[in-house]
Structures are given as C-alpha cells and as structure tokens.
Write a protein that binds this ligand. Structure first.
Ligand SMILES: Cc1ncc(COP(=O)(O)O)c(C=O)c1O
Ligand SMILES: [Zn+2]
Length: 416
C-alpha cells in the first residue's frame, strides 16, 4: 500500500460510507453526484505538523502534509496561494466592528481563488495517470486550469458559457486550452461536460464532484489562521456559487482544529446573489438539506449558478460552523466593487466583492459588534470583468490643446 492511502480516506457527505482513495474516483455510488459528494478525511494522529513549519507568505504546498497528495508528485510551477491578508483599521472603525481583514486572492497566477483547486486537480491527474483534464466553469475554474496546466503536457478541455466575460475566455485561448463555448448556462455546460468527460475517459476538474478540489481550496483558510498568528477570527465571509469555496473555508479550519493548531472554527457566512441563491434557499429550508434548483441570473457571473453541485456539503459545513447564508442584490454587488476599490485599493470582480456587500448588509442590520474580528475573502480580480463596472467608466475624449484640457479639468473640479 502506498503511504498516503493510510493517511486519508473518502467519506460520503450523506450516507457516511467510507472508501479507500483508489476505490472511487468522484462521488458515492450509492448516493449519486448531488448527494454523494465526498469528504477527504484524515487520520489526524498520523499527521505530524507543528506551527513553526508554516510561513505567512509561502505557497499552498507548505500544507502538503495535510493534503491528499503523494510526496514528490507534480507541483505547480507558479506560486499558488500565499496571498495577502490585509487589515483595514479605518474600515473597521467606520463600521464599528473590532478588526476587519481582507484575504485577497486576486493575486494568484490566473487571478482567482480557483488556482488553489486547479493546482490540486493537476497534481491528482498526474498521480492517477491521466493525459487529459477537463472542466465546466463559469470562467475562473477554467482560466485557472488552463493557466496552471499550460506548462504541463496535459491536454485541457474547457466547457463554459459563451456569455462568460471576455477576459476569462481570453485567458483560455492565450494559455492554449481547447475551448468549447456553450450556447447555454453554466449548469448546462456542467451537465454536458460530465457526459463527454465520462465517454472520453478524461479527468474531471468539475466543482464538487472531484473531492480534491476542496482540499486545494481549504489552503485559503489555513493561510488565514497562519497569517493571524493562529488566532481564529469570529467570522469569515465569502461568496458562494456551487458551494465548494465556502465548504473549503470550514474544512481548512476544521483540519487545523483537529490537529490542535487552533482553538476553534470561525462562523462562516456565505454570500449569494439574489438572482442565484439556491444554496441559501436550501439552507433556509433546514435539515435534511436538499437542493432547491433555480434559473440563475446575476451580474456576478462567477456565482451565477442555479444547480449548485456542492449544496449539501456547503449547508452542512456552514451549519456546523454556526454560520448562515445571505443574499445581496446586483445593485449592492456593483456598488461594493466600487466602494471596496476606493476604500482599499482592492479591485474585485463582482463575485469577489459580494463578501464586502454581505458584510455591509449584515452590519447595517446591527449584526456585528465592536468585539468581532471579521475576514472578507475576495476571490477574484476585478480586471476579469470590466464590463460589469462600465457604468463607472466615462470616456469623453478631449483634443490635446492646452485651453481645452484646462476647461476639461475645470469641468471635473466643478463636478466634485
Ligand atoms: C471569483 C469567484 N468567487 C466565488 C466563487 C464561488 O465558488 P464556488 O462555486 O465554489 O461556490 C467562484 C466560483 O467560480 C469564483 O470564481
Ligand atoms: Zn453515499
């Protein structure tokens, strides 16, 4: 038996059946893809890690002892993770909360949180001996897979809505992926990709059904714990589409808690767009959690998901953390992109700014106190979707003549 097989197993989120890592590839055969997503569970007594070995700026591979990967297998060339955690005392003061931090993942190699998952998927594809990997995506999973796999010899196939922002689609072409633009929604792209992936025998980097993606994403939570010197915040707030990122935040803290590295797990608050809040709806109906699918419509394209694939895990984990889900309108999201940019210098894509929008909404309701430490996760870079913020962009060209430019500046000053 290879060493890692004894370190972790796969457990169905619904029926709790436990599988050896080489027994199932994706989801529990008894419960199916929706209810049978798998958790990676570890024998924590066998994991030997201590606080001193972790660094505030290192990449995700510093956590390899707590990841389901083999020693010496493929690791991404570019630095994934090790993203900054910024504190904003002035914003905390303005909103009368204790401490406010932003974990900014737009600085990853392809500019989103999804790089953490794609890195793991590529490693697993190699470990499992695949030569082709595919995914369906709203855009960021695709661009991260295409980018991180670009320097490898893996073939990459991407299924995404043709309506995805042009910057994300451009990333795919520039990285040389095989792009299948679907004339339909992300949910439809996902379903067709699953059938084709199975027929072709390709490795799937599809959200939720591949249990290792969440393990890659959990490194974001682990970094927060390391960057806060092992003090756990009261709340972590993050955007939700399929529900894997929000689940991964719980899992990262949970693993550290089980390893006695931290004293508790923060309450996790998932933020959805009002027009695509299927996870919130499922959560609010209560246990036993069941999917409540809907047609999705929101300007936050990355979380425009109507059939969330990780809904069961997201609801269970968020509940265990003592958290909940909130939805925000497209108007609140776009205003948040602008306000966050102006107050912090962090330009987030709409799905990245929802954490700020949700924070503000809850704060207006008087939810937070001056004792609370809050971390907002900003999952994607604003340059990925400039069309979403076009209302703030005004280009009225002026001829390069001194008097005309002076008048132009006077006009600007009057407007202030
Ligand atoms: C920028 C950004 N934020 C949040 C999410 C939500 O992640 P999940 O679908 O795992 O809930 C995504 C997913 O594509 C994303 O790209
Ligand atoms: Zn099951």
């Amino acid at each position: 038996m290879r060493w890692w097989l004894s370190l972790y197993k796969l457990r169905c989120i619904s029926c709790k059946s436990i599988y050896d890592a080489d027994e199932v590839e994706y989801t529990c055969p008894k419960c199916g893809p929706r209810f049978g997503t798998l958790e990676v569970i570890y024998d924590y007594d066998e994991i030997k890690v201590n606080k001193e070995e972790f660094d505030k700026n290192s990449d995700i591979w510093q956590f390899e002892g707590i990841l389901p990967i083999e020693r010496g297998s493929y690791r991404t060339k570019l630095k994934v993770g090790g993203t900054p955690l910024y504190e904003f005392p002035d914003i905390a003061e303005k909103f009368k909360v204790g401490r406010l931090f932003v974990k900014y993942d737009g600085g990853n190699p392809t500019a989103s949180y999804k790089d953490r998952a794609s890195a793991l998927a590529i490693t697993k594809a190699y470990e499992k001996g695949y030569d082709t990997i595919y995914c369906a995506s709203t855009g960021n999973a695709a661009s991260s897979l295409a980018g991180l796999a670009a320097p490898t010899d893996l073939n990459v196939y991407i299924f995404l809505p043709a309506s995805a922002p042009i910057a994300k689609i451009s990333q795919l072409f520039i990285y040389g992926a095989n792009v299948i633009p679907i004339d339909g929604s992300y949910d439809q792209a996902f379903d067709v990709s699953m059938k084709i992936g199975e027929m072709k025998g390709w490795y799937s980097r599809n959200s939720a059904i591949n249990p290792y993606l969440l393990e890659g994403k959990k490194t974001g939570a682990m970094e927060i714990a390391v960057q806060l010197d092992w003090n756990v915040p009261d709340y972590v707030i993050v955007g939700v589409g399929d529900g894997t990122v929000v689940s991964s935040i719980y899992k990262g803290f949970y693993d550290f808690y089980k390893l006695n590295l931290i004293g508790g797990i923060p309450k996790i608050i998932g933020i959805q767009a009002e027009g695509a809040d299927a996870v919130k709806r499922a959560f609010d109906r209560g246990e036993p959690f069941e999917p409540v699918d809907m047609p999705a419509r929101t300007i936050a394209d990355s979380i425009s998901v109507g059939k969330p694939r990780d809904v069961i895990k997201a609801c269970k984990y968020v509940k265990k953390s003592g958290g909940f889900f909130v939805s925000v309108s497209d108007e609140e999201i776009i205003r948040s992109v602008k306000e966050l940019s102006e107050s912090t210098g962090i330009f987030a894509e709409p799905a990245g700014a929802v954490s700020y929008a949700g924070f503000k909404k809850l704060n207006e309701e008087g939810f937070f106190t001056k004792n609370d430490t809050i971390v907002l996760v900003v999952t994607g870079n604003g340059l990925k979707d400039v069309k979403a913020i076009e209302r703030f962009v005004e280009i009225n060209p002026v001829k390069p003549k001194l008097d005309l430019v002076m008048d132009y500046i006077d006009g600007m000053e009057k407007k202030k």
